[in-house]
Design a protein around this ligand. Sequence first.
Ligand code: ADP
Length: 479
Amino acid sequence: MRILHVASELFPLVKTGGLADVMGSLPPALANRGLDVRVLLPGLPGVLAGVVGLKPVMQIGPVFGAAVVTLCVARLPDSGLPVYVIDAPFLYRREGNPYVGPDGHDWSDNHRRFGLLGWVAAHLASGELDSEWAPDIVHAHDWHAGLASAYIVQNPGLKTPTVFTIHNLAFRGIFPMECHHDLGLPMRKLTPHGIEFHGKISFLKAGLVYSSKITTVSPNYAREICTPEFGCGLDGVLRDRGGDLSGILNGVDYSVWNPADAKIAVPYTVDNPEGKKACKAALQTEFGLSTDARGPLFAVVSRLTSQKGMDLLLAALPELLRDGAQLIVLGTGEGDLEAGFRYAASVNPGNVAVYIGYDEEMSHRFMAGADVLLVPSRFEPCGLTQLYALRYGTLPLVRRVGGLADTVIDINDESLAADRATGFVFDDAARHALGARIRDACEFFRNQDAWGRVQRRGMRQNFSWDDSAAHYEELYRSL
Ligand code: ADP
């Protein structure tokens, strides 16, 4: 079975969030099950620089406003999987964030840049671009690849089934209606039953309407997005497609996220966890935090946005600091939240430290050095950092929402007695609820025996890709 995965980012080539982690590990996990898997990526600078043995397959341009468009094939660096790369220098050879220009605004031609991605996927499916390989199924990820299914159904002779995975429904890929002139989509698709969304075009909606099957990245989020509260205005469409919608939990690549990793101060394992203390001291020292604090070290590794509940955390900070705990933050995002965390660090030297930026290796040091990882999201499709934290013996403190609810078992008398608890869970997206659970964590930290038991249980949890890949394979076979 030949599967083409279509996406805009893939770890380690280009990463802005969890989508890249999934793209870096799901296709190889499927290939390990014997599927013939290839990936299609836009030729962003990180992709061109990171793939191995790039060679042209077909000269395509000019299309989508680019004079030169070449479809190339190469291999991914670690897994060696074949990857198609769309080399369109005018559209993709731009440094920095793949979606946003240096002025902080989305690139004004994003509809062309990602329209082309879906269009090439459809033409690969038709067999026109590579005479040696065409997919049996096209699996597109997030709005960037949303038009793939729309272009496939546009060709009545093309019967390739499609799967569309929602990694975050909030990013709907919305563009002015006039953009359709650049996309070559027929007028009949521009209706409320098609890709029209409140007078505009939504690439994500194209994925929802035209794909054979829709998945999202946790079972709980699959239920939530069918409600007005979490549906981002698309819950009606999702309810209509309810029979074709399912949730498949993301996995973790434990070869990347592993406390035995030499990149942290002192590697450790569940049977020999001593190194974690040294990792904590090293992290505190690196960031100028005092090493004799009474309370736990809370950490954040996240986009600093209101989706991630970072405003709630800033508001709950007095509760956190009250019991002698510390906070360390790694993230970038909304300007006022970045400023808020910077200010918090400046007025709490020794107890709050902040690194505004994106740093992959540092994120591992945070996972290893922290006692608690905070993920107080307003919504969270799956969430990966809480899964990484579990493996590093760092207790997650999360809101009961989306994939967080599916993956963290709250510490309470019952779950402790049953040996099931893995972290702290709270319900309301409110400062008081978060603050109260933070205080509970500080209290629980005083009982180091009980803490150690929960830590070890967390480290033994298995969220590897094996199960999830089996579910995707089952879905492909159903098509
Ligand atoms: P989302 O995709 O919504 O941002 P996820 O939890 O699914 O959230 O995935 C986030 C990924 O990005 C994780 O791998 C996390 O470690 C990483 N990450 C987020 N912010 C940073 C940062 N500032 N530096 C390094 N890694 C980060």
